[in-house]
Each structure stands twice: as C-alpha cells, then as structure tokens.
Design a protein around this ligand. Structure first.
Ligand SMILES: Cc1cc2nc3c(=O)[nH]c(=O)nc-3n(C[C@H](O)[C@H](O)[C@H](O)COP(=O)(O)OP(=O)(O)OC[C@H]3O[C@@H](n4cnc5c(N)ncnc54)[C@H](O)[C@@H]3O)c2cc1C
Length: 307
C-alpha cells in the first residue's frame, strides 16, 4: 500500500514527486510521459531560474530531478496511463492501461489537459485532420515552409504557434472567435507587428476546404462569409482536462476539471488532491502547476500524519 500515488509527468506531478520523496512518503508516480504540455515549445522564457529553456530540455530536467529521488520512497512508472481510480476500504485502487493495479492511501491528480478539437459542425475538419489540418505546429510546421497558413485560436498557444510559423512560412493568418485576443498583450503586439502576419477577430469558422489536402478555410465575420486560401491550418483552441479516469469518484465541474479547495488543493473526496491544469484554477502556467502541487503535498503530509 502506497502512502501516495501521483498521476502525471508534467510540472505539477514532477514537483509533487520531489516534495513527497523528500518528506519520505511512500510514493508511486505514474507518468504517461515526462514534460507536460509545454514540451512542444521551442523556448520557454518564464520557468523561474532559467531565462530560456526548450520544452524538450524542461522535460528532461523534470525527469532527471524526479529520478534523483527514485528508490526507497519513490517508485516511478513511466509510460503507463491511469485508466481507473476506485474507492476501497483503506483508500483507493488505481489501475493502468498495462493491467497494473496499485493500492494507496491518498492520490494527487496532476494529469493536466489535452488539445481541444474543432467541433463536428466545422465541415471538413475530421476528414482533413493530418492532411493539412494539424494540432501540433512543432511536429508538422516545417512541412509548410514557404506556404500560406492559418492559425485558429487567439490565446497564448495560438500566438506562440504563429510566432513559430512566421520563421519559415509565406504568411500566417490568425483567426479568433472573440472580440479581443486572449494572449498576453506583449506577445500579441510583437507577433502582429510581423510583416507576414494578419490577425482576424470575431470570426466563426464554418468549413475547412480541400479534397485530399487542405486548400483553404471558410469563416464568417459579422455574418459575412469569407474564404481564405491556405495549405496548412493549425488549431489551438484550448484544452480538455485529462480526468476521465475520475468520473464517478471525484466531483468534476462542467468542463470536467477537478473541483479543488483553493487553500489546500484537496478535491471534494477526502484522500484525493489535484493540482495544475486538470483543476478548476483560473490560470494555467508551469510555475502555477508546480506550486499548486507543492501545496497539495504539504496538505497530504498533514492528512497522513495527523488523521
Ligand atoms: C503550446 C503550449 C505552450 C505553453 N507555454 C508555456 C510557457 O511558456 N510558460 C508557462 O508557464 N506555461 C506554458 N504553457 C502552459 C503549461 O504548459 C501548463 O500550464 C502546464 O503544463 C500544466 O502542467 P500540469 O502538470 O498541470 O499538466 P500537463 O503539463 O498537462 O501534464 C500532464 C501530464 O500528465 C500525464 N498524463 C495525462 N493523463 C495521464 C494518465 N491518465 N495517466 C498518467 N499520466 C497521465 C501526461 O503525460 C503529462 O505528463 C504552455 C502550454 C502549451 C499548450
């Protein structure tokens, strides 16, 4: 029986694992993979203590730091995905996609979130996925060198994607549904000032055009239909929390995020805590995810030792 199982491999889970091991809690970390969402970023500029670091190096630093504590108090299962959490007499059982089952007194959920897909109402979106319509600029961007491309989504991820693509594409048009871009103003101003960049607000995408491959996009601005030629469409329209394995056990909000107490990071079920992007916190950042997991570990420690 573990004292604690941590689910995840991003900044929240990695910080949680380091703190738990140092507090000598008998801990199991189950990580799909190390790094988390910003692993795809070319450069991260706000991870405190490192003025500049690539997503890949950040992931490696998480793994190295966690591995440093592997041993008597910390066990690591990398490459397994938690499929189910269930309540037991002494705590919880956690099962993975590899048929493993583990028992634990407490759980820290740090499973983050994944990309939101375009709705089925956008004609052509499903058929043209991986045929010019992509959800990963870092993975697929270089294939669109010298071509016109579109980015969907006006948050930080959308603008970061546009900034990456500007380096080698012919032009980038960023299309956003809302009346204002949601990304940090400093990023919006910098990216929009690029001569190859165009930003469009209040636009509702209706169709991805193309037969075998993407050839363009249709959208409505103030009810007026417009068409734009493009060979690549990069979708950055938000995230979906990775919490399906908690359904029926933990209270989730309308967006399937774990509802947590902002002071303690505890869920509404005694014995389960959650931190980072899988929770109903307002802001999503590496430093916040890491800090929230540390708060959770402090609280878990108190729970295990004062209960
Ligand atoms: C493109 C992009 C760029 C970003 N750039 C920045 C930036 O510059 N600065 C910044 O501060 N923030 C940035 N963010 C936001 C930041 O990445 C997130 O806020 C942060 O990663 C959240 O951390 P997390 O640990 O909560 O979850 P995540 O990073 O989402 O990590 C979740 C982890 O859980 C694992 N996992 C998922 N499901 C399971 C399961 N069932 N079983 C086991 N493991 C599972 C995954 O493999 C992953 O390791 C960026 C986000 C994106 C998408």
């Amino acid at each position: 029986m573990f004292d604690l199982i941590i689910i995840g491999g991003g900044p929240a889970a990695a910080s949680g694992a380091v703190y738990a091991a140092r507090k000598q809690l008998k801990t199991l970390l189950i990580a799909g993979e190390f790094g988390g969402q910003s692993v795809v970023s070319e450069k991260i500029f706000n991870w405190i203590g490192t003025p500049e670091i690539s997503g890949a190096d950040l992931a490696k630093s998480f793994k190295d730091h966690v591995k440093y504590y592997e041993g008597e108090f910390l066990t690591i299962k990398e490459g397994s995905l938690v499929e189910k959490v269930a309540k037991t007499d002494g705590g919880f059982s956690v099962s993975t996609n590899k048929g493993e089952n583990f028992d634990t007194k407490t759980i820290l959920v740090a499973s983050g979130s994944s990309r939101r897909k375009l709705p089925d109402t956008v004609v052509g979106a499903n058929q043209l996925e991986h045929k010019g319509l992509t959800y990963c600029a870092t993975c697929d961007g270089p294939m669109f060198s010298g071509l016109d491309v579109v980015v969907l989504g006006g948050g930080n991820a959308g603008f970061e994607t546009a900034a990456q693509l500007l380096a080698y594409t012919k032009s980038v048009t960023l299309i956003h549904r809302g009346a204002e871009f949601k990304a940090d103003k400093i990023t919006v101003d910098k990216v929009l000032s690029h001569p190859k960049m165009t930003g469009i607000l209040n636009a509702e995408v209706t169709e991805i055009l193309g037969d075998k491959f993407v050839s363009g996009i249709k959208f409505k601005v103030d009810g007026e239909e417009k068409t734009l030629d493009a060979k690549g469409i990069f979708v950055e329209i938000g995230q979906i929390p990775n919490t399906s394995f908690l359904e029926g056990v933990v209270t989730l909000d309308d967006y399937k995020r774990v509802k947590i107490d902002p002071w303690r990071k505890s869920s509404e079920v005694p014995g389960i805590w959650a931190a980072g992007d899988c929770t109903n916190i307002l802001y999503h950042q590496n430093n916040i995810a890491a800090g929230d997991a540390v708060t959770a570990i402090e609280d878990i420690y108190m729970f295990l030792h004062t209960k």
